[in-house]
Design a binder for this molecule. Structure first.
Ligand code: MIC
Ligand code: SF4
Length: 642
């Protein structure tokens, strides 16, 4: 049997284990990326490991999530990052240079390489034929130190693309269709690999839109082959030497094959509050809207924004809506300015935002109360926009631009196909890396303002833990529920402060109650449903609960990045042996767990005694992860092994 692109890259990078689906493997990481909101913790932890220089081929630190600098906290974080990066061999992409995934694709991505990023949308790099994986900051810190990244050897879903997209249907509609088929649940441990004759009809940024939002499936990553289209893209970025061809064997083996005829797809929309709540635009067209926001790492490439500019040219945005546009990178911004497209966007009445995450992470542009907002990003979780009852719908840039003009949801299929603005990829991108600061050759002082805390301290696993079921939640709890971003983002480097907001939108008393308990040695368990920990890779969703005294999560199932983060910070991810037990638990019950050290060592079932009722749970951890849990987290474990 031949090999998929996925297995070809894994084979080249395998350092531990064997390539047998489901088994734990360790792979060498060539490149890493971080962003400011996860980066400060990642670098504090890297410093705590005592390794003088990164050992990767290239490590890049981006500032893109939190650039508002309202107060000193952001500015302190940025200065810490720049001065720290300079000392440890890390490239630093300054605020204003663009969103990490967009810039990494443009300037650093390399077919066939592995990339580990402390951001769940790192799989954007799969658009250029990389194995690009999102993980917690501590995992990225270990990879920077030359340690392998451990993952379950994936099963591969092959999505075979045929045909060609019709006018007005876009890459966003492909991934929305895939989300409709596969949903956001039940895909842990899979990689999605795109093949088939339809692949060559898609440019690199279109492929990257698909692999980016593939994160919402909960898969390990998604990727495309590296072909002549990839080569042209890299040549246009002045990086021809980074290209290599990487195609699946004609008889490559896949675990599941899904055929998708691009010519049959329609414009689609993801409705509140989940990226897999998909409808055809036709079902909702005419819906009155309050806001349109175009940008984010999903849809802010040169091609995306040129299409938007052509649609807007000579037209005005509807007076009832708030309309914002954020180019994904300085390169995109500059090219739009140079060719005049920016003037068309400005003339339409759009507010032009910085090249940063901005509205996508709830950092500004919160919609009006109960407001309906059409956005081109990838997540529409409840409350993430900054307005608790905001109704966020996810669409393509084409739908967003047409709707901005109409003031209501527009169905592009009502427009003439001949009027669709076809935009070619440029022969040459405008290249100016002056906002990417290379590391310095000499050691300089590292800036640490009052907002820069200590890396979190964890204790080895206790043999006996007692406490209370502090919270019971339902299915699909996202890390945005656990650790809100938006206005609270500025506390990412300050664990005691950020911990005050754990589960803020779900139970505002949870944090204070748990911390009080912890002071009395009463620890906390959280009970959850299916797919606990969806979404963002933020390891704060493990660190801050740990700080409050959370020692275990019992859930029906977990998402990959979050369960890894829980282990990294010494919290036990426990899966109900019988899902019916979930119903036997209620918030406020006392619990005890005994004989934990032996049980974790042996990997046997863990029994939680809640008021006399015994609940059996499986520990979701490999042998290596059980060692990490015993040590009280990955930092202790790594230190012990150094
Ligand atoms: C996101 O889109 O949710 C984020 C904000 O980029 C996160 C990272 C973070 O919370 O800092 C992610 O995707 O991992
Ligand atoms: Fe930034 Fe949004 Fe992309 Fe996350 S999903 S990296 S917040 S633009």
């Amino acid at each position: 049997m031949g090999r998929s692109v996925t297995y070809k890259i894994l084979e080249e990078h395998l350092v531990e284990g064997t390539l047998s689906a489901g088994e734990e493997i360790g792979i060498r990481i060539d490149q890493t990326l971080t962003q400011d909101a996860t980066g400060t913790m990642a670098y504090l932890q890297f410093e705590a490991m005592g390794i003088p220089q990164v050992k990767t081929e290239i490590s890049v630190s981006y500032v893109d999530h939190n650039t508002l600098q309202t107060g000193f906290e952001n500015a302190d974080d940025h200065k810490y990052l720049q001065t720290m990066n300079s000392n440890f061999g890390i490239y630093h992409s300054k605020a204003g240079n663009g969103i990490c995934h967009q810039v990494h694709l443009e300037r650093f991505g390399k077919p066939g390489a592995t990339l580990l990023g402390s951001d769940s949308h790192t799989p954007t790099g799969g658009g250029i034929g990389m194995i690009a994986i999102g993980a917690g900051g501590l995992d990225v810190a270990v990879a920077m130190g030359g340690g392998p990244f451990f993952l379950a050897c994936p099963r591969v879903i092959n999505i075979k693309l045929t045909g060609r997209l019709r006018a007005w249907v876009s890459a966003k509609d492909i991934i929305l269709k895939v989300l409709q088929i596969l949903t956001t649940k039940g895909n842990v441990g899979y990689v999605v690999e795109y093949t088939g004759p339809g692949v060559e009809t898609l440019s690199v940024p279109e492929r990257a839109t698909i692999t980016n939002m593939g994160a919402e499936l909960g898969v390990t990553t998604s990727l495309f082959p590296s072909d002549a289209v990839t080569k042209k893209f890299l040549e246009a970025q002045g990086r021809a030497e980074s290209w290599r061809e990487l195609l699946p064997d004609t008889d490559a083996a896949y675990d599941r094959v899904i055929e998708l005829d691009l010519s049959e797809l329609k414009p689609m929309i993801a409705c509140p509050h989940s990226p897999d709540n998909i409808k055809d635009i036709g079902e909702l067209k005419g819906m009155k809207i309050d806001q349109v926001a175009i940008g984010s790492c999903t849809n802010s490439s040169y091609k995306d924004l040129m299409i938007v500019a052509r649609i807007l040219k000579g037209r005005k945005a509807h007076s009832d809506i708030s309309f914002v546009v954020a180019p994904g990178s300085k390169q995109v911004f500059q090219m739009l300015a140079e060719n005049g497209a920016l003037a068309d966007i400005i003339a339409s009445g759009a507010r032009i935002m910085e090249s940063a995450c901005g509205f996508c992470i709830g950092s500004g542009q919160a919609p009006v109360t109960k407001g309906i907002s059409l956005r081109t990003n990838n997540r529409n979780f409840e409350g993430r926009s900054g307005t608790a009852d905001g109704q966020i719908y996810l669409v393509s840039p084409e739908v967003a631009a047409l709707s901005a003009i109409k003031g209501e949801l527009a169905d592009p299929l009502d427009y003439d196909a001949a009027g669709f603005p076809r935009v070619d990829m440029p022969e040459k991108f405008s290249i100016d890396d002056s906002l990417i600061i290379p590391p310095s050759k000499t050691k300089t002082a590292i800036f640490r303002g009052p907002n820069i805390g200590e890396p979190p301290y964890t204790e080895p696993l206790a043999d006996e833990i007692r406490g209370v079921i502090g919270l019971k939640v339902g299915d699909k709890i996202t890390t945005d529920h656990i650790m809100p971003a938006g206005q609270r983002l500025k506390y990412r480097s300050n664990i005691p402060e950020y911990s005050k907001y754990v589960f803020e939108g779900v139970d505002p008393e949870f944090a204070a109650r748990s911390l009080e308990n912890r002071k009395k040695n009463i620890f906390t368990i959280i009970a959850g449903g299916l797919s606990y920990g969806q979404g963002s890779s933020r390891e704060h969703a493990a660190i801050c609960p740990m700080y409050l005294g959370v020692r275990a999560i019992m859930a029906k199932s977990f998402e990959r990045i979050h369960s890894g983060n829980l282990v990294n910070f010494g919290i036990l991810p426990l899966v109900f042996k019988s899902e019916a037990d979930y119903d036997r638990i209620s918030q406020g019950m006392d619990f005890s767990m005994t004989g934990l050290i032996e049980a974790v060592k042996r990997g046997s079932l863990i029994t939680v005694n809640t008021g006399g009722t015994l609940i059996e749970l499986e520990l979701l951890a490999t042998q290596r992860q059980r060692g990490i849990l015993l040590a009280g987290g990955l930092l202790n474990y790594t230190r012990n092994s150094i």
